[in-house]
Structure formats: C-alpha cells, structure tokens
Ligand binder design. Structure first.
Ligand code: MN
Length: 700
C-alpha cells in the first residue's frame, strides 16, 4: 500500500503546485473513516482507495481527482456524510465524490438485467465531469486486480461480466486503451479460465522453444531503422491472451494456425518519421494485404492515432507493427487523461479551476472531422436530450428529457400506460406530471379500470405516449357517439311509430347513401343528419304537413315573430340566445338588423343603439338554447343524457366536449326548444339523471 508521503510525492512529481494539504487531509480522513474495515483479501479496506488514487497518479491527474480517489468509498461504505466531504474538502471534490457514489449505487441495481449499451451511455451521461468516470474506471481496475480474493464464484463472474460488457468498452470509448487492455485481460481470466490457461501455457511453450524471439525481432527492427537514420524506440510483446482468443473466435482458428501472436511498437518523434518508418518496414518485409490501417491521417472517433500493419517476418511468423509518435502513444494509453494533462501543462501553469471535461471530449471529436466521429459526436449531444430511468427490476430505459412517469409507462408497454393511475419514483408516490431525472427508479401503479386521462396530453413528452393518449380518447369519443346515435335513432323510431327492421332501414340507408346502421347512428350523433332528414328517409312523407324544421344553427328570422316590429323587418338573436318566454328587448342601430337580447343580457350595458320594446308573438317556432352540463366520467353517461333529451322532445343541434379530467367532463349542448317552459322542464329532468352533476342554461 502506498504511504501518505509516497502518494503526495508522486503527485508533486508531475504537478509541483498540487495542494499537498488537501491530499494529506484526504488520506487521514479516509483512513479514519474506513477504520478497521477489511477487504476480501484480508487487507485493511483503506488500502483500496489508496491504490485507486495511485492508479490515478499514473494518469497524472490533478489533486482534486486524486483526493476523490482517496475519498471515493467514504460516503457509500462509512458513516461519513456528503456535508462533511463538502465542508472539509470543498464543493469541487464534494461533487466528484458524490458523482462516484451515485455511479456505485447504479452498479448495485443492475444485477438482474444486462443492458450494457444503455448502461454505458448512462454512465457517460451521468459523468458530466469526466473525472468522475476516470475515478470509477480506476476503482473498477483495482477491484478487478483483486478479484481473485472474492470467494463467491457467482459474484466474481458477475463483476467480470460487467467489466467486459460495460467498463472495458467505456474505457475504449474515451480512448484509454491501457485501461481497456487490462480490464479485458482480467475479466477474460475469470470468464474463460480454461481458454485463458491454455493460451497462456502455449505462449510459454513457444517462448521456450524459440528463445527470446520477441527481443530478437525488436532489436532487429531498431537496428534497421537506425541504419536509415531513424531514431526509434522499439518494443515487442506477445499479444494478450484475450486478444489471441478473440482472434481464434473470430476466425474460428486453432492456436497453432495463428501465426501472429507477437506485436511490436515503433515510437518516433513526429508524423513524418512515422511514414518513413513505415516505408522502411514495408521495404524490408512483405505486408499482409488487408491489415494496413492509417489512423494518423484518419484518427478513430475517440482521438486514437497510430499506423497499424502486419508483415510477414519469416516463414511462419507474421508480426503486427504499430507505428506512432511518442505523444500519440501516451494519448493512446491514457486517452482523455493524457489529452488533459498536455492541455494543463501547456502554459506551464496547471489549470486549477474545475475543468469542463465533457466539452473537452467534444472538442476532441470536433478536431478530426471524419463522418464516424461526427456521428459519435451527435450521439454524445443526444445524451443531453435524454434521461435514463430504471424499472423496478433494474432495466434501464432511455427516455426523452423532461419525461414523466406516464411517458415511462408507455415506453415499457402501451397497456401499462393505459392502466396507469399513479407512480412511485424512488419509492415515493409522486404526481404523474413529475419530471424524471437521470437514475430515477420508477414504479407504475395501475388499475384495471384505469384509462388514459386526456389531460395527460398536456404534460407528456414522448411521441409514443401522446399518440397512445390521443388514440384512446378518439376511441372513447367514438364509442360515446355510437351509443348516443343509437339512442337518437331509437327514440326517433319511437316517435315515428315504426320498427327499425330491414324493410324500413334498408331503403332508408339507400336514400341517405349510407353503408349501414352504424354509419346512420354516427351521422345522427354527430349531427350530420337532422331528425327531419332521417324521418323522411325512414318514413317518406312523415314530415309533410309539419312545420318545416330548421336546420341546425340559429333560427331563421321568419321562425320568430315579435310584437312591435313591422312584419318582415330583419332581426337577429343576440349571443345571449333568447328563447320564447324570455323577457326581451330589441336594439336598433342604423343600417343593421335589429338585435334581440334577453332583458338581463350583460352586453346591453354597452349598447348604444335605440332600445325597442319587443315581446314574443303567439306563433313561435321554438329556438335554440345552449346548456352546459357537467357529467361523471362513466360508461353510458352520455347515452343517459341523450335518452333524457329525446324523452323530452328536445332535438340536439350540437354537442361539444369542452373540458375533461379524470372524474368529469363538461359538455355544451345546443338543443331546439319550444320555449322557456320547455327548457326549464328539460333542465329539471337532466338534473334528475344520476350521471349529471349540474345542468345550466348557457348565456352569451
Ligand atoms: Mn471502490
């Protein structure tokens, strides 16, 4: 275990201005907090955070990140609190430690389900400060290095699987190949112990048989380059068992048939030398077709630069050669961490303020504009419009930002959305309009009787939820219209004293040019056809001799006669909708029809025209009145409304749904009535209907 002064010295070596006091205090605090806790290895627990901090010094990270490494498990595993960390080590370190703690909680949740890609994206999205992710990766690396101490095989395999699926690809994505290699290797050893043992044994055998082939070939290459005036560092190694194994899997090849188990790295000073060295290598040994890649002219999306080639070194030895500058090498090993270190050291003074790491990542992606990079860049930008939400089982869902529990429910399954009546977020019941944030765990409370509330449309975010709610509302309106249409048709038949048999209905549908009875009912409910039209179609001649019924809308002038007006004088009914029986007044303005208002109409206060004394005549033909009716949301409520209106001989002229929430809906119904007495009777009757909460005449 690193001692306190050793750790501080390591940091001082690459950053002389590092806050020594901060590191010392973090060391002592963490040691006291972890106290006598032990690791599976039997070591004091405290050795773990110190080793993690040690790994972070390899990346030459700033003092805050090192302090975070030292403190990273104190909140999760000891009695230390976030407030303590904030107070003792400052907001910046506090935020970093909080970030790492949050990531650890997520890890613990995802036992049962494995959604590697979503989880990787989630971890990236959570790490708005990439230093959080670096500490997390260092934490995982140390845990993998000490994995063999864990007794439970299940647990070891779970951790190894997670490392292979999530953390190694994450390290790759931010260009930390050194981390990626080691994580993969350690995970491979746990997941495929036999394959790992076999490959390791054969590599050893090969080594014994061929002497120190790797060193011999490496010095050969160095010598050759030297002769051409290129000063290069050449290192060679056997490929890692995991990479050999993957090749065997990919090509379905046996170990013996794999001739390229050695890899060499040539490090030079600048780009031009890379290409010269490549020329020398290709000039001396034939290149293997299809294995040459130039990531210097076209870097990988994570910023990786290098030239890769494979050459036929001898009869049965193909060797892989990577050529890069020394700086590219450091960047390849440490990824963004190296990028950051260079930036920091650029003008000699390390940047002490919190560094916007994610922006830095985006900058890297901007720098080399290959289509692949731009794509990745767009994908990262996408995270900002996304939230990642857990189901109770730990499945991770990606939802649009500002999503609510309703969006979540519809994302899981449309049935769940339709039957949703409430939600728990992180175990607490919350309003359905609550905006979810990254990492929330959501449980939907459902009811069989539940149905989408049209009001949800006002706050849902996802297109899927919105479409489902609309579909449901449309469906429900259609059902209600059908029910109402059926009642209207039946009551009309009753009035006409005719049965609705095929002998009557068939010809009627033909006359109305409608395909079936359902279409007729719907046309009546939606007021496309008036009672008169339908009567005439059902029983031709039935309307003859009756007073012509007005079509819907306002009654024509001839339908109402008013004393005091010269017959034939044009008049209009005001927005207050006077009906016979109302006390009324006429307003005359030059050049305009006379407006008839009820005497209590609010608009009269502003009238400037001449007031005329008017009253209803004896021969009236009824008028249209508006009602506003509040009805309980329950099956058949609208039908019972329609039945009541039909029973009182009130023709529905128009019906509009004005407002709807969970319990009630408010309808505005225009009906034709004979007079005020008729209307009063209807309102009284409506108020007797069980589903009706209130029924009022609507004025103006
Ligand atoms: Mn840890």
């Amino acid at each position: 275990m690193l001692r306190q002064y050793e750790l501080v010295e390591r940091v001082k070596a690459y950053d002389p201005d590092a806050d020594e006091d901060l590191l010392n205090r973090a060391y002592v605090f963490s040691m006291k907090a972890h106290g006598s806790q032990l690791r599976a290895s039997g070591d004091p627990y405290f050795s773990h955070p110190i080793e993690v901090a040690g790994i972070l010094t390899d990346l030459k990270l700033d003092d805050e990140t090192i302090a975070t490494g030292i403190l990273h498990d104190t909140i999760e595993d000891t009695v230390a609190t976030q407030e303590q960390i904030d107070r003792l080590f400052g907001k910046s370190v506090g935020r970093l430690v909080d970030g790492v703690t949050k990531l650890s909680k997520i890890e613990a949740q995802t036992d049962s389900e494995r959604q590697a890609e979503n989880l990787r994206k989630f971890l990236l999205a959570m790490s708005t400060d990439i230093r959080v992710l670096l500490v997390k990766l260092a934490d995982r690396l140390h845990n993998m290095r000490t994995l063999h101490f864990i007794k439970s095989e299940d647990k070891r395999r779970r951790i190894a699987r997670e490392t292979m699926d999530i953390y190694a690809p994450l390290a790759e994505r931010i260009g930390m190949y050194g981390f990626m290699d080691e994580l993969q290797e350690l995970a491979f050893r746990e997941l495929e112990p036999e394959a790992h043992a076999t490959i390791t044994a054969r590599l050893a055998k090969l080594r014994t048989a061929g002497g120190d082939t790797v060193t011999r070939i490496a010095s050969g290459i160095k010598l050759l380059l030297g002769q051409k005036g290129i000063d290069a560092d050449v290192t060679g190694r056997e490929k890692r068992p995991y990479s050999i194994w993957r090749k065997m899997q990919g090509r379905q090849a046996t170990f013996e048939s794999l001739s390229d188990v050695m890899a060499f790295r040539i490090l030079v000073d600048d780009d031009a030398e890379c290409y010269r060295a490549l020329g020398v290598v290709h000039g001396r040994w034939p290149m293997v077709i299809g294995r040459f890649k130039d990531f210097i002219s076209t870097p990988k999306r994570n910023g990786y630069k290098s030239i890769h080639t494979t050459v036929l070194h001898s009869e049965n030895a193909r060797i892989e050669v990577q050529i890069r500058t020394r700086r590219m090498h450091e960047e390849a090993e440490f990824g963004l961490a190296a990028h950051w270190a260079y930036k920091q050291g650029g003008d000699g003074a390390p940047a002490r303020e919190a560094y916007p790491w994610l922006e830095d990542l985006l900058e890297v992606l901007h720098d080399a504009a290959s289509p692949e990079e731009l794509l990745e860049n767009a994908r990262l930008a996408m995270f900002q419009d996304q939230v990642f939400i857990f189901t109770p089982k730990g499945t991770l869902l990606q939802l649009p930002k500002d999503s609510t529990p309703v969006d979540f429910a519809y994302a899981v399954h449309s049935d769940l959305g339709d039957s949703c009546v409430g939600a728990k977020v992180n175990g607490r019941v919350v309003p359905l309009r609550t905006r979810l944030v990254n990492g929330d765990q959501v449980e939907i409370l459902r009811s069989k009787a539940g149905a989408p509330d049209p009001a949800w449309e006002g706050f849902v975010t996802s297109a899927k939820a919105r479409a489902a709610i609309r579909r449901h509302v449309r469906q429900k309106n259609l059902l209600e219209s059908q029910t109402m249409g059926r009642k209207l048709l039946e009551s009309l038949a009753l009035r006409l004293k005719t049965a609705l048999g095929d002998d009557v209905l068939g010809p009627a549908l033909g006359r109305l040019k409608l395909p079936d009875r359902a279409a007729l009912e719907l046309a009546m409910a939606r007021n496309v056809l008036t009672d008169a039209q339908v009567s005439e179609a059902l029983v031709p001649g039935s309307t003859a001799g009756q007073k012509p019924r007005r079509t819907r809308g306002t009654p024509g002038p001839a339908a109402v006669s008013i004393h005091g007006l010269t017959p034939g004088v044009a008049f209009e009914l005001g927005a207050c909708r006077p009906i016979p029986g109302d006390r009324i007044v006429g307003i005359r303005q030059p050049g305009q029809p006379i407006m008839v208002h009820t005497i209590d109409c609010a608009s009269l206060a502003d009238e400037k025209g001449e007031w005329l004394e008017v009253s209803w005549g004896k021969e009236t033909d009824g008028a249209v009145a508006s009602l506003t009716v509040v009805v309980h949301n329950q099956p058949g409520s609208l039908a019972s409304l329609a039945t009541t209106l039909a029973a009182h001989n009130a023709n529905i002229v128009n019906l509009a749904l004005k407002h709807r929430d969970r319990e009630f809906h408010t309808d505005v119904i225009d009906i034709e009535v004979e007079d005020l007495a008729h209307l009063t009777t209807i309102i009284t009757a409506l108020r007797q209907v069980k589903a009706v909460v209130s029924a009022e005449r609507l004025r103006g």
